[in-house]
Design a protein. Structure first.
Length: 736
């Protein structure tokens, strides 16, 4: 009776009067238990409002906008929420209600006196008005039910919007018609209200079909993960549900299959298509020790993969979470649209009341005429198009970006990106490959050490460092099969070098800045050294400079193209590097970069960003998201590059999966295209109302005899929403 009572021994329940405790069957694994906990949703547990697709949450609950129950965005056969209605079922519900009520609407129309007068026919019998009332009542309650439910939620959350207006319009018409049937003689509005409901049902059915296309890409990401995997158990291969895999499990991936999880290749060789996550079209060769991403497609070889990440840790789950966060975050233009929609709702109600009063009392045209125009005014001003104008674009943008290896964490960042006029690149690993190779080893004129000995001492120290230059020195020592001695008292000087004790000798490895700080003599070589684009690492033994190792970082082939394209977009570029001035200047000259910041220590990078900002520049910083965290945060837009499968980079608004600077240009292009779509949608949504509301209120009736009946107002309103959605859908074809 009380599930919260737990005991490791049989006995009586202390709460309910002594009922016997029963044994609980344990799950096979911790991961299986996690899959059934409400507070740990699986990777496909995303929930959305059936009436408002831009609302996406990671837990069930109520829509914050309209108060309706959230439904699963992606349904799983094994999900405990699988029975709930999603967008597809809501779409089907509108479709069903439309076709059920359509024949009744036609009957009501043919029985209405005005329609008969227009058609020149006469169908009359004793209980005609009662039959029209019965049919109209059924259409009102059955066809209008979804709108009443949504309106109730809007009223409860004080987020008055489209559904409130729709419910108000059809309710006013229905109450007026009932009164005209039973309380005072006169023409009713049954056929107008019936056709209005029918058009609304049709409009919402078509609109939800269109809107479903904007959220479909997020669902597609979840569907990338196959339902089952081939688990290797000893000498057997067992078919298992993917969500039941645990870390350390080994799975067999056959040729042509999707890789079920993020993991490491244990054996086998194959090419893997990762385009759905990185945007890279060429298959990537995978061998033993390489990482693979769940949802990517294996080529023509078999792979044995050890599970490294499960659940929310996987790349797809992280990407879906970033997309969800991006869709929840709102650009500033969205706030303008939300405010406009709220004002438009109040305007619609005010105009509706004013229209009724005007045509009933000021220029009397009768209650039927006044009520008809009042209903038309309320209906035509429904702010649904304005409400959809921005969310449909941002939803498509985030999913389109993800398909191109661009992950948007905050839509405000993407909005600012279009205004950027200065892009600052961290040099190492961004504009360059970040892989240093040894060009030469110089020995000082008084040294008795050979080049190999200098390399060995330097490599012994640098083996304890993670810096790319250190790695280049260690790799060179490995190529020469040098055995590295053990060191003691290792100490690192960030951005300068490192020191330690090797064979009872004090070894210092570092750049000129470190030598100057320690007041060591550097001019100890036979001739002046022209390093060009090489980076020099000095090696000192017992505070005496013995040699100089020259290394160079290879420029990426695409870097020059990226700088050129940014300059064509009227965007200036800057480079941050710890390299000395002449090296940095040479790289800047080769790439034609506008501004070069050289000999910049990691802690000073943020000051260079501030320096540009003080001059009035809108700055985007491109870095690796770890060493560059402060400068990424300081910049107007932080872009973390080369995140790979570790996509949850906290310090950036935009994350680039690949280590490819060309994606920076893509992100800026996407930002500009997104902004254009938002402006187009806002102009349409607001411009439509400028003409539609006065027409519906009867402004043009006295001079031009132009009226807008409720059903035509509903068609116009629905069409405006559908146009906004389809305009947003065109963004999916955009070439970045």
């Amino acid at each position: 009776m009380h599930k919260e009572i737990r005991s490791d021994k049989p006995g009586k329940c202390p709460k309910c009067g002594g009922m016997d405790l029963i044994e609980i069957e344990e799950s096979n694994s911790k991961e299986e238990n996690m899959n059934h906990q409400d507070d740990e949703p699986s990777h496909n547990s995303l929930y959305t409002c059936p009436m408002d697709p831009d609302v996406i949450k990671d837990r069930p609950g109520k829509c914050p906008k309209c108060g309706m129950d959230l439904a699963p965005l992606i349904k799983s056969e094994n999900s405990q929420h699988a029975g709930h209605k999603g967008h597809k079922s809501m779409e089907e519900d509108f479709k069903r209600r439309f076709f059920v009520t359509l024949p009744l609407v036609l009957i009501v129309m043919f029985l209405s006196p005005n329609i008969q007068k227009w058609l020149g026919i006469s169908i009359d019998f004793l209980s005609r008005d009662i039959l029209i009332f019965i049919l109209g009542t059924f259409i009102f309650f059955f066809g209008g039910l979804p709108f009443f439910k949504a309106a109730k939620g809007e009223i409860r959350t004080k987020s008055f919007g489209m559904m409130t207006l729709v419910a108000l319009a059809i309710s006013v018409g229905y109450v007026f018609s009932v009164a005209a049937t039973f309380l005072f003689p006169g023409e009713s509005l049954y056929w107008e209200i019936s056709t209005l409901i029918s058009v609304f049902l049709l409009g919402h059915w078509l609109e939800m079909r269109a809107v479903r296309g904007t959220t479909g890409a997020l669902a597609e990401l979840a569907r990338l993960i196959p339902q089952t995997a081939h688990l290797i158990k000893g000498k057997e291969i067992v078919e298992i549900e993917t969500e039941k895999l645990a870390k350390g499990d080994r799975v067999l991936v056959k040729p042509g299959e999707k890789i079920p999880v993020d993991g490491i290749v244990i054996s086998g060789e194959s090419s893997v298509n990762e385009s759905m996550l990185t945007g890279e079209s060429a298959p990537i060769v995978k061998n033993q020790g390489d990482k693979v991403i769940g949802g990517t497609i294996n080529g023509d070889g078999s792979l044995t993969v050890e599970v490294a990440k499960i659940g929310k840790e996987t790349a797809i789950s992280q990407i879906m979470e970033l997309i969800r966060q991006a869709q929840e975050s709102k650009p500033s233009v969205q706030k303008l649209a939300d405010r406009g929609a709220f004002i438009l709702t109040l305007t619609a109600i005010s105009v509706g009341i004013a229209t009724f009063v005007f045509w009933l009392f000021l220029i009397p045209q009768g209650a039927i005429f006044a009520a008809t125009l009042a209903v038309s005014s309320i209906v035509v001003a429904c702010p649904h198009a304005l409400g959809l104008a921005i969310p449909t674009v941002t939803t498509i943008t985030s999913t389109l970006a993800a398909r191109n290896g661009i992950l948007i964490k905050d839509m405000k960042g993407l909005e600012v990106l279009r205004k950027v006029n200065y892009v600052v690149f961290d040099k190492t690993g961004t504009l360059t490959k970040g892989e240093f190779g040894v060009n030469d080893i110089l020995v000082s004129k008084n040294s008795k050490l050979r080049p190999e000995e200098i390399l060995k001492l330097a490599a012994a120290i640098e083996a304890h460092s993670q810096h790319p230059i250190a790695k280049g020195i260690v790799d060179e020592a490995k190529k020469k099969n040098l055995k590295l001695p053990e060191i003691k008292n290792f100490k690192s000087f960030p951005g300068k070098g490192a020191e330690g004790i090797v064979s009872d000798k004090y070894i210092l490895v570092g750049n000129r800045i470190l030598l100057n700080e320690l007041k060591l003599e550097e001019d100890v070589f036979e001739k002046n050294i022209d390093m060009g684009v090489s980076t020099g690492v000095y090696v000192a033994v017992d505070k005496k400079v013995e040699g100089l190792i020259l290394l160079s970082d290879i420029l990426r082939e695409e870097s020059k193209e990226v700088i050129q394209k940014l300059q064509q977009m009227q965007i200036k570029t800057a480079m941050l590097t710890g390299d000395r001035g002449n090296v940095a200047s040479e790289v800047g000259k080769q790439l034609k970069i506008d501004t070069v910041f050289a000999e910049v220590l990691p802690e000073d990078k943020v000051n260079k960003i501030k320096e540009l900002q003080k001059k009035g520049s809108i700055v985007a910083m491109v870095g690796d998201g770890v060493n560059d965290a402060p400068s990424l945060t300081q910049a107007h837009v932080g872009i973390a590059i080369g995140a790979g499968t570790d996509v949850a980079v906290e310090s950036a608004e935009i994350v680039l999966v690949k280590n490819d600077p060309k994606d920076v240009v893509k992100a800026i292009s996407l930002s500009r295209k997104t902004n254009n779509k938002m402006i187009q949608n806002l102009l349409w949504a607001t411009g439509y109302n400028v003409f539609a509301i006065p027409t519906a209120a009867g402004v043009f009736y006295p001079s031009f005899n132009i009226l807008l009946r409720p059903e035509w107002a509903a068609i116009l309103m629905s069409m405006s929403s559908i146009i906004v959605v389809f305009n947003a859908l065109l963004l999916r074809r955009a070439k970045l």
